[in-house]
Design a protein around this ligand. Structure first.
Ligand code: SF4
Ligand code: MSK
Length: 632
């Protein structure tokens, strides 16, 4: 059970030993049962998209079968598999966004689904050309905007509305290269069609269709998800929180919220604040109700409410193994199907809530916009009543937690920058100019977006934390989302005090702006906030994003969503570094397309590098080369 991949996190090892004592199975047992992973799958050359297959072609040219039964080559098979990962990732982010828009469509002044950031509602409505966006009645406007957003998924003509935010050189590249995304559902459908047996075989064409689909995620679904969540639940502002499994409280009813979609979790937080529910918890012997978050539902809730972060992807099982979780409540994405069986080893109720992610094995309470608060009340009551079933002899909560700052939306960052500007002038710039100024002046050398998951192919959190520590030491400011952000939180990188780990330039910026060197920008869909920020810098300097000294990094990624993200970040002109090699090496041509050739038409490329220190060395070379080219 003990595994070299866990050595960074001593706490995990202790809990895994506890799991063994408790007779509970974990991902490490299942990882060991997999033995050696399939080399064909690893190289991306296994095809099972038709029933003549599965076909495996040789990842080594000249050795073994060179084509599948239909004649598909390694290039075609690898490109199709990669493209279908983009389609899967795009659909996950975008379908999440659609649920947020549906909640907005159901919003009303007297219901639990309300408009909480009216200014943003009016701003986006004006951006999308709705007449009288500044004067219309709030909910009439919200419903009109929601209807327009729903059209972004299925409109027959035109491209994504948010593209118009982009700096013009980048927009021209998208139009020239035919990767400006159309309706989101159309892009996913076209890509699935294109990669059906007997359709596209040209690997570059498949890649381009995949990139256009991913662009409909980044500049479509994810951006809609972020902006509309802000309208519904509030745009995040900087606030303190704390992180790691020590945030679980042995004296309280602990409810774990896990997944991605804030609709349910917002209602659970409301329900848990109900004085009647708190009284019930006390009557059951608890001091109160403690909500802790995991993965991106956790990120959404910490960004807006400061909800404590229990951990990231790897820690979902460890959380239950503490024996102190009364209910694990999940919505969609990144939820191990193994959790209900694990929960049964303890007293934990496992509650799935979405028909898109119905997980068998315990309780299913279907969440809907019409009954959201009632569903949440039922869930919280089940958790509270379960407190008496906790077995004290099975409780072991690691005494480890770390204070952290969260909530750095683009608006919050600009607000911080304004406060510095105001030391010299009475006017707020309301722009990212102070940030671009310090980058252009060389006080900081560049910026990095560090995102993504955990993956047993990397030591838990080690690559995330090493990359971020090395970058801030070398005066590169980091923004982060997803499980990478939670790794940073646990390592103390999201504290103001982390400025002491920085180079001189970045330290001074952190002190003057009163920010940590690594800024938590939210969940996986909130990578659209990073796109927005980089685009604002490009607009400020009126240059293509590809010219700016910025990079994207996913040190420990694992999901299809991460493939889609990497693809739209490259499509947005930002070189993207992956610490886990995607399953493409079986096609040297496709690999070269990703790592070199796409630079020619999109202005950015992928870099694969498993070693985090070597990765940072490459990133610094990249950033300095961009600086030289810009003459800064
Ligand atoms: Fe084999 Fe071609 Fe069918 Fe793939 S599409 S399984 S390569 S016959
Ligand atoms: S939760 S997609 S494991 S970042 Fe967004 Fe973490 Fe990756 Fe899920």
């Amino acid at each position: 059970m003990s595994n070299e991949y866990l050595k960074f996190d001593q706490m995990a090892e202790a809990l895994l030993e506890k799991a063994q004592r408790d007779g509970a199975e974990t991902m490490w047992d299942r990882r060991a049962a997999q033995k050696t992973q399939c080399g064909f799958g690893e190289a991306g050359v296994c095809c099972r998209i038709c029933a003549m297959g599965p076909c495996r072609v040789s990842p080594v040219p000249g050795k073994g079968a060179e084509r599948g039964i239909c004649g598909a080559s390694a290039d075609t098979i690898v490109a199709r598999n990669f493209a279908r990962m983009c389609a899967g990732g795009t659909s996950a982010h975008s379908d999440h966004a659609r649920d947020i828009v549906h909640a907005m469509h159901a919003s009303k002044a007297e219901g639990p689904f309300k408009i909480r950031d009216e200014a943003k509602l009016r701003r986006i409505a004006a951006e999308w050309g709705i007449e009288a966006a500044d004067t219309k009645e709030t909910y009439a406007l919200a419903h009109e905007l929601a209807n327009m957003a729903l059209e972004e998924f299925g409109k027959p003509f035109g491209t994504q509305r948010f593209l118009q935010r982009s700096q013009k050189d980048r927009l021209n590249i998208w139009e020239r290269e035919n990767i400006a995304p159309r309706a989101i559902d159309m892009e996913v459908t076209t890509l699935m069609h294109s990669t059906h047996i007997g359709c596209a075989s040209d690997y570059e064409s498949i890649f381009r269709r995949g990139m256009r689909t991913s662009m409909s995620d980044g500049w479509g679904g994810s951006m809609i998800g972020t902006e509309f969540s802000d309208i519904m639940y509030g745009t995040p502002t900087a606030k303190p929180s704390s992180s790691n499994l020590g945030v679980i409280d042995k004296d309280q009813v602990n409810i774990l919220i896990h997944g991605h979609d804030p609709n349910l979790a917002e209602m659970v937080v409301l329900a848990a604040e109900n004085p009647e529910m708190i009284e019930l918890a006390k009557a059951k012997g608890a001091k109160g109700i403690n909500i802790v978050g995991m993965c991106c539902t956790g990120n959404e809730m910490t960004m807006r409410h400061g909800i404590k972060i229990a951990g990231n992807f790897y820690q979902q099982e460890l959380c239950i193994i503490t024996g102190a979780i009364e209910a694990a409540v999940v919505d969609v994405q990144c939820i191990f199907p193994a959790l209900p069986a694990l929960a049964k080893k303890y007293h934990t109720r496992f509650i799935s809530t979405s028909e898109k992610a119905k997980i068998s094995g315990d309780l299913y309470i279907q969440f809907s916009e019409a009954t959201g608060l009632e569903n949440a009340n039922e869930i919280v009551k089940i958790a509270v009543e379960n407190f008496v079933n906790r077995d004290a002899s099975k409780v072991e909560i690691p005494d480890v937690k770390c204070d952290t700052m969260v909530g750095y939306s683009v608006e919050a960052i600009i607000d911080h920058l304004d406060k510095v500007v105001n030391t010299n002038t009475t006017d707020k710039t309301g722009t990212v100019k102070p940030l671009t100024d310090v980058i252009y002046a060389g006080v900081i050398r560049g910026a990095a977006g560090v995102v993504g998951c955990n993956n047993p192919k990397q030591v838990h959190d080690l690559a995330h934390v090493t990359v971020m520590k090395e970058l801030i030491k070398r005066d590169v400011i980091c923004v982060t989302t997803g499980c990478a952000a939670q790794a940073a939180a646990k390592a103390g990188l999201l504290q103001l005090e982390a400025k002491e780990m920085c180079g001189r330039g970045l330290k001074e910026v952190c002190e003057r702006v009163n920010i940590p060197p690594v800024l938590h920008m939210g969940s996986c869909v909130d990578i659209s906030r990073i796109l927005d920020l980089v685009n604002l810098c490009a607009l400020e300097k009126d240059v293509d994003t590809a010219l700016l000294p910025v990079v994207g990094i996913a040190p420990e990624w694992m999901s299809e969503k991460a493939v889609s993200i990497a693809n739209y970040v490259v499509g947005s002109g930002i070189n993207t570094y992956l610490g886990v090699i995607p399953q493409v090496l079986g096609s040297p041509n496709f690999t070269k397309l990703l790592t070199e050739d796409c630079q020619e038409f999109i202005g950015a490329h992928f870099v694969f590098e498993k070693d985090p220190i070597v990765m940072v060395d490459k990133i610094m070379e990249d950033l300095e080369a961009k600086r030289t080219a810009l003459g800064i």
